[in-house]
Every structure is written in C-alpha cells, then in structure tokens.
Design a protein around this ligand. Structure first.
Ligand code: ISL
Ligand code: CA
Length: 560
C-alpha cells in the first residue's frame, strides 16, 4: 500500500465480491497544469501553482488528482509529447517541486495520478534522436520504421489523427517512421522487449516517489500491427497490459485508468474485469462520440440526442454491474466544457452545471471532475482562428479550408467542440485573466471570468461548487451511491434522465430535466411517497409525487 492511500476497508463488497479499494469511494480531479495556476507570472501554469491550490481541492473533497503531463517536452501537443520521462518541464518546475506536490497532497489525503504517455514519445526524446540517426543503434527499433514503397512514397496511406500522413520520411536512415498523432510524436515500438523494460522501469521509479497511480494515454494503441493496419486494440494489447501489471503494478495499491477510444461493450471487461490483472477502469468515449457527427467528425454540427446518449451511458452501467469498474466523466482537456456542450451556459448555467453533476456523480463508478467544471466554467466562444492554440484545431482548420469548408462554418464547429475550450485559464477570481496569472496567459482567458470564478461561486446562494462538494461527500458516506447497481428508467424519454440505484433493500431515485422548459412526467410505479431528498438543484422536496413537474435543468435524488 502506498503511504497516500486511505486505509482500505477489508470488507468484501456485496455487489461484486470484490475487496473495497480506496478509489471506489474517491472522486478524481483532472489538472491541466499549464492552465491551472501560474505561480511566477510567466503566463504558464506550473507545479508550485497547483500546490498553492490544494486547499481548494481538499475543500471540494476529492481523493486524487489526475495530473496531465508535466514531463520535459517541446510542448508541440502541450506535454503529450514527452522528451524525458524522468524530468519535469522547466516551465512547470523541478523534480523537487513535484516531490513537494506529492507530499503536500498526501498530507491532505489526495493522491497524485500521473499521466503515462507511452504510445509515443516526443521526437526530441534521446531514444528517437539516436533512432533517427542510425539503423545500427539499439534505440532504432524502439520506434516503428518501414522502407519506402517502390515509388519512394510512404508504406501506405494511413492518416494521422491530427491531420496529414501517419508516416514521415527520415533521410538519415532512408526509412519512414509511424506516428498515429503528429510527426513530433513518433510511436514507440512495443514489440521490442527492451523498450518495454525501459517503460516498466520508469513506471516503478515514479511509483517509488509516492504517486497514486497512472492514467494511461491512448493505451489501446500499444498492441498495434501497422502492417495489418490494425491500430486500436491490436493483437498484443492485452498481453502487454498483463505483462505491465506483473512487472509494475502487482502488489501496489495504486489506481490505473486506461484511455481507450475503441473499447466497446464487447471488449470493456478485457481491460478491467476482476480476474484480468490489467487495469482498474477505462475512460471510454461512446457517450462522447454520440455528440459528434458520425462522418464529418467533431467539428461538424450535430443535434444532441439524449436517448442515444443515455443508451451509451447506461450500457456501461449494465456492463460493470457485477464485474469491472467504470470511470465516469463528461469533460477533459480534449473535450469542450460540458455545461456548454450538453446543456445551457447562459440563462440556466448554474442549474445546468449542477444537473450534469447530479447525474454523473450518482452513477456507479469513479467520477472525474475536470478543472473549472466545479464552478460551471463554459466554452470560450472565440471569434477568430488565431485565438486557438490547439494543434488539432489549427491543423483541421487548414485541411478543411483547403477542402472548401468556409472559415465561418469551421469556426462555428470549433466554438462548439475544440479542445481549447477546456484549456483556457482556470478562473479563480475577478482579477485580470481570472486571477490565473499576473502576466500574459499563454491562451486568452474566457471573457466571462468576472462572473464565473471560484471566489464568486463560493459565496453565491446557488453555488455550483457546494453542489459538487455535496455529491463528492455523499459517495464517501454512502454504500448505496458507491456500490449500488443501476437501473435505468424512462429510457425512451428524449428530455429526462432517470434511474435508480439499488443495494440490498436500499433504493436511490435520480431524475433530471435536460431541457430549458418545464417538464411534467408520470413517474414509474412504486416511487411515490415520503422520501429523504439527498440532492437537489433548486429546492429539496420531502415527497416523491406520482406526477412530477421539473423546472428547466432541475434534478433531484431521493433515498426511498
Ligand atoms: O482529442 C481528440 C479528439 O479531438 C482525440 O482524438 C485525442 O487525440 C485522443 O483522445 C487521444 O488523446 C490523448 O492522446 C493525444 C493527446 O493529444 C490528448 O491530449 C490525449 O488526451 C496524444 O497523446
Ligand atoms: Ca508559471
């Protein structure tokens, strides 16, 4: 057991016969370091800035921080391009700062979960610098090289996720290397056992520093077979995850969350099933993808379909009913602000933010809060492409304009779904740039910081923060919220999310109006009567009526 972890309760959990682990009752909080808090006025968030805000996080009640990458990096993809896995980017601080953060967080019962980005490294990593200089060094085979096609072109026409071809030619060695993402992010060759041993060693080195676990970036890509053009969930994925577990994780009471864009109901338990010895949970995106255009992608508009969204969300509740565990989220650093995307960030901002939280935090799994979500931060509504910083947004702009999409149409899509909405500075108070920095921020603050900020939210009678704190506390206290299984209700209702959680004789009933209008519904049989109202977005009600009228974005939860 690591020193940070709250004492595990040895009692087996009735719902899954699994021993209770510390992260079953914990809520995670994602920190995107460059946008959280700047301690030295250079416009860039940093590790001392995070340490200075631990009071805010412990007040919220979270159990651990998922820290987006802080390693040495040229920052082509904001740190998801790592040049040295055992060092900190100078703009973020030093290893001493990191050790200090780990220790200070532990004092408050907060673990630090590091981001592990090992599908690829930065092209500036010394492994790649050696690999690209010669075919005769051990590191050459740490990456994926193929000879040119007969015409000298790339081995195939695979495209990279951030635009352009997935193969880049390297003259020194006369070969192409593979990069699923940008050319600055060459994929590591997991087929090479020496490379795997280096990664495992690095992981142990971090765990020995006292971190609480890893969030594993695009981990479903590591088993790829590029010759067969199988990238996601390739044949070696699960053998590699099992090897990693044996080599690094077994016997340590840490948390692992794998990011997988390809995992499905069919493959979910392969990652996190009880007897698999792989990962504890996965970030899966079926509910997120529901909001994207199936052919034209994330920047094309698509009306939100609540019924399809619910289908995705609840299919994972069913899957993890008796085995595995789930990671619950609506936002992260790659996604827009949830209150803007799923609800209403103007007239109904506060209740909408609360209602999204009510639903997510009362499902079964470990919930994640993305920085700023706890005060209902919104999309940025940038007006010009030069206000964006994200390479995905900028590359897709170039590509789509070249294909004839109008800049206005692209910007409308970007204003809805660009990754930069979640990357604008955290809004702490009404000072310039939301109090994030005394200098000039690397990306413009959302102009609504005067109205939407931590200081202001804390004293507001309809505080979003207070609602999150309540939900996070409830999970710690309540076996029903933590371990109860989920039964969806009213699944065909296009405006309402409703479900029950059940554990033994205990029942929790949750209902939420996802529209900006009043909605009145006959409730399913057997709910009406006196009940203990545990959570409410507007006002508590001591009784569940037969027919319930909800105001816009109203949500309630009762214990029956
Ligand atoms: O951001 C995305 C969609 O707009 C995804 O396709 C994203 O590339 C995917 O979620 C993988 O994300 C992770 O790996 C990327 C990095 O850019 C993301 O920030 C990270 O979360 C490459 O390391
Ligand atoms: Ca700084």
């Amino acid at each position: 057991m690591t020193a940070h972890a709250p004492p595990p309760h040895a009692a087996p959990n009735a719902a899954s016969e699994r021993t209770e682990r510390w992260w079953h009752r914990a809520t995670g909080y994602q920190v995107y370091p460059r946008s959280f808090a700047d301690s030295n006025g250079d416009g860039m968030g940093d590790i001392p800035g995070i340490t200075s805000k631990l009071g805010h996080l412990s007040d919220l009640g979270i159990g651990f921080i998922w820290l987006s990458p802080v390693y040495a990096s040229p920052m082509i993809d904001n740190g998801y391009d790592i040049a040295d896995y055992r060092n900190i980017a100078p703009e973020f601080g030093t290893l001493d700062d990191m050790d200090h953060l780990i220790a200070e967080a532990r004092e408050r019962g907060i673990g630090i979960v590091m981001d592990l980005v090992v599908n690829h490294s930065s092209s500036l990593h010394h492994w790649f610098q050696a690999a690209r200089a010669s075919r005769d060094c051990a590191q050459h085979d740490y990456y994926i090289w193929r000879d040119p096609a007969p015409d000298g072109g790339p081995p195939d026409d695979a495209r990279a996720a951030f635009g352009g071809p997935a193969w880049t030619y390297c003259e020194e060695v006369g070969q192409y290397y593979f990069h699923f993402f940008s050319p600055a992010q060459p994929d590591l060759n997991w087929q090479n056992p020496a490379l795997r041993a280096e990664i495992y060693d690095m992981m142990r080195w971090w765990l020995d520093r006292g971190i609480a676990g890893f969030r594993m970036d695009v981990i479903s890509l590591i088993g790829k077979d590029v010759d067969a053009r199988i990238y996601e969930e390739g044949p070696d994925l699960h053998p590699f995850l099992q090897e990693m577990h044996r080599e690094v994780l077994a016997g340590r009471d840490v948390l692992t969350i794998g990011e997988s864009w390809s995992v499905s109901i069919e493959t979910g338990l392969l990652y996190c099933g009880r007897d698999r010895d792989e990962l504890d949970m996965v970030f899966e995106f079926s509910h997120i993808r529901e909001g994207w255009h199936p052919e034209l992608g994330k920047f094309a508009p698509k009306p939100f379909d609540l019924v399809a969204f619910k289908r995705a969300l609840f299919s994972w509740q069913d899957l993890t009913r008796d085995d595995g565990w789930h990671a619950l989220f609506l936002s992260n650093h790659d996604l827009p602000r949830q209150v803007s995307f799923y609800a209403d960030d103007r007239a109904h901002r506060r209740p909408a933010a609360k209602t999204l939280a009510t639903v997510l935090h009362l499902l079964k799994g470990t919930p994640f809060v993305y920085q700023g979500e706890e005060i209902g931060m919104t999309n940025a509504r940038f007006e010009r492409i030069d206000q964006y910083r994200d390479l995905e947004t900028l590359n897709h702009f170039e590509e789509q304009i070249a294909q004839g999409v109008s800049p206005e149409a692209f910007l409308a899509g970007a204003n809805r779904n660009s990754r930069d909405h979640s990357r604008t500075p955290m809004q702490w108070n009404a000072a310039p740039h939301g109090g994030f920095t005394t200098g000039t921020p690397w990306i413009q603050a959302n102009p609504n910081f005067g109205e939407v900020n931590v200081e202001q939210d804390m004293v507001h009678s309809e505080s979003v923060f207070a609602h999150y704190r309540r939900l996070i506390a409830l999970r710690k206290e309540s076996d029903l919220v933590t371990f109860g299984h989920t039964v969806q209700l009213m699944q065909d209702d296009p405006d309402i999310i409703a479900f029950e959680r059940r554990l033994g004789d205990e029942r929790l009933f949750v209902i939420a109006n996802f529209t900006a209008q009043d909605r009145e519904r006959e409730l399913p049989q057997g709910l009406a009567g006196q009940a203990d109202c545990l959570v409410w977005s507007h006002t508590p009600r001591g009784e569940i009526p037969r027919s319930l009228r909800l105001v816009p974005y109203e949500s309630l939860a009762w214990k029956l």
